[in-house]
Design a protein around this ligand. Sequence first.
Ligand code: CUA
Length: 181
Amino acid sequence: MIDHGATERRILKTELRWAVFVGFLVLMILGAIVYAGISMHINPPSNREFIDPKTLHLSGEFTEANLGTSVDTDGQVTTRVIATQFSFVPQCVVVPANRTVTLRFASPDVIHGILVSGTNVNTMVVPGYVSQVHTEFTRTGDLLMPCHEYCGFGHSQMLATVRVVPPEQFRPGPDGKVTCG
Ligand code: CUA
């Protein structure tokens, strides 16, 4: 004679044990996300801004003359970069250390992704949207900015340089622009 009640109880115990284990795992993962968000400033980009990818180069913010780093009259530093198959325009941008910098990206063709090595800058660049990241670079030097989203045959050759200079070496020209050259 088999005791069905005892079997049921044993199964229930095992299930409960697994439920507690999985619940603990979920809490650990959530904790890791919250920790990374608060202490390391690693958050998903929250900007949602539309732009027509077909006319990027013709008018508006992302025309050639507006690309690169510029300083507004109120001192705000903004760097605009186009990610396109298979390069960044411009190939090199200058930013000041220890100062808030706004990075803005747009793509005229396919989905790209960018990250700046050794920093928390990491975002997708999706055609039709402006990707925006606010950050502060703390180390000076040339940082590598590769494309990290497979975008075609030339993906592995797609990279740019972010040149972080000390604040005293960051001198905008009369037009407010700062370039690598
Ligand atoms: Cu652009 Cu990969």
